[in-house]
Design a protein around this ligand. Structure first.
Ligand SMILES: NC(=O)c1ccc[n+]([C@@H]2O[C@H](COP(=O)([O-])OP(=O)(O)OC[C@H]3O[C@@H](n4cnc5c(N)ncnc54)[C@H](O)[C@@H]3O)[C@@H](O)[C@H]2O)c1
Ligand SMILES: [Zn+2]
Length: 356
């Protein structure tokens, strides 16, 4: 998509030390309002203290804690949060701050978007994945009937603050989780960025602000052009048709597979399909394979039909056809590509061989 010229700042996103951003000013503007902070058990333990001690306006905030599990993106938990807000007398002009990974930013964003027809919310993503992906782009949502993100809204955060300090307590596997989305953004939109990412051998040491910023910029530019995912935005779903199906597969069988790891496998299989269908050059496929196998220990089931069945629920599908976003080159992605069972099976089985 060429040089990215749009700036993420136009989406209310600020990158850098939270203390140096507009956050305290925003809190001042809510000094006569109620403020709630939504955390999970881990961000409650590792991140909340800093926030409360660092910012005066938060001393009396209502703290809401939910279990640190993907299963918390659930209707029952929404009801619990809505009841808490309601019982504490929150109005539609009060503020919800979501402090956590993508689970929290999705869940809190969703609750805020429906409470009294929408209350303002601020995203403070604390995982790498939430920083570069989940907390930006205005999609909120929860899982429903064993399927990912089946209920949701498009709803914009008032502000989003990206501060790398939170990553100090993030477990190593969660770094790789977020890195999958960064890889994906490079693959769909920016070959030069991909070349930079290929050089990374130690994520924790080499992941600097400019990498995070570039990944965010790519997403923001795509979202700016197509906020409601009518066309172009679907390219952000590269790796996700299969990724989401794998996530649902393991979610239902109660074996954990993080979103990023599922997307990493999805990137591998969908690159294999891109090779067959869109002529992705073999040497580029080999680069993708090398990077994925280097950064991820992957799990994949033998049961391609179960995955195909789950793919039938993908939101990009149309008229009963499975549609994917696929690469024609690294840096160039086409959406609405119809993939049939034979093509899927061939690519999936090749990936099973690679991974096993
Ligand atoms: N809305 C979107 O556009 C979008 C995009 C991508 C992903 N998502 C969603 O995001 C979710 C995945 O996000 P995630 O990977 O951040 O998962 P997560 O929120 O479950 O976080 C992963 C783990 O890291 C912990 N954690 C987070 N920050 C921490 C910190 N600073 N220190 C210690 N532990 C910390 C969490 O407690 C959790 O155990 C999925 O539900 C996915 O569907 C949404
Ligand atoms: Zn994703």
């Amino acid at each position: 998509m060429g040089e990215v010229s749009f700036s993420y700042q136009q989406f209310g996103i600020e990158i850098g030390h939270l203390e140096s951003t507009s956050f305290s000013g925003i809190l001042q503007s809510y000094s006569n309002s109620k403020i709630a902070i939504l955390t999970d058990e881990n961000t409650h333990k590792h991140c909340l203290d800093f926030l409360i001690t660092g910012f005066q306006g938060l001393n009396s905030a209502e703290i809401i804690v939910v279990p640190a599990l993907e299963e918390s993106k659930d209707l029952d938990i929404c009801v619990y949060i809505l009841e808490t807000l309601s019982e504490a007398g929150f109005g539609r002009k009060d503020l919800l701050i979501n402090l956590g990974g993508g689970m929290i930013t999705d869940l809190g964003g969703f609750v805020a978007s429906i409470y009294k027809r929408g209350m303002p919310f601020i995203q403070i993503p604390t995982s790498l994945l939430a920083m570069v992906d989940a907390s930006i782009g205005s999609k909120t949502g929860i899982n429903f009937m064993g399927l990912k993100n089946q209920l949701g809204t498009f709803s914009s955060a008032r502000n989003t603050y990206i501060d790398k300090k939170w990553l100090q307590t993030l477990p190593t596997c969660q770094w790789n989780n977020g890195f999958a989305e960064i890889l994906k953004n490079a693959l769909i939109a920016d070959e030069k960025f991909w070349t930079t990412l290929m050089e990374i051998s130690n994520l924790k040491e080499q992941l600097n602000d400019s990498v995070i910023q570039k990944a965010i910029d790519i997403k923001c530019e795509i979202v700016r052009q197509d906020p409601k995912e009518l066309g172009l935005r679907k390219i952000l779903n590269f790796g996700h048709t299969i990724g989401h199906a794998l996530e649902s597969y393991y979610f239902n069988s109660k074996m954990p597979l993080s979103h990023g790891h599922a997307v990493a496998i999805g990137i591998l299989v969908e690159s294999e399909i891109s090779l067959i269908k869109l002529g992705l050059p073999k040497f580029e496929f080999e680069q993708i394979k090398k990077v994925i196998l280097k950064n991820y220990s992957l799990q994949i089931p033998d049961d391609y039909l179960a995955i195909w069945q789950l793919m039938q629920h993908d939101k990009k599908n149309d008229l009963g056809k499975v549609k994917m976003s696929l690469l024609s080159r690294i840096g160039s992605c086409a959406f609405d590509q119809i993939v049939d069972l034979e093509e899927f099976k061939m690519a999936f089985e090749k990936s099973v061989e690679l991974i096993r």
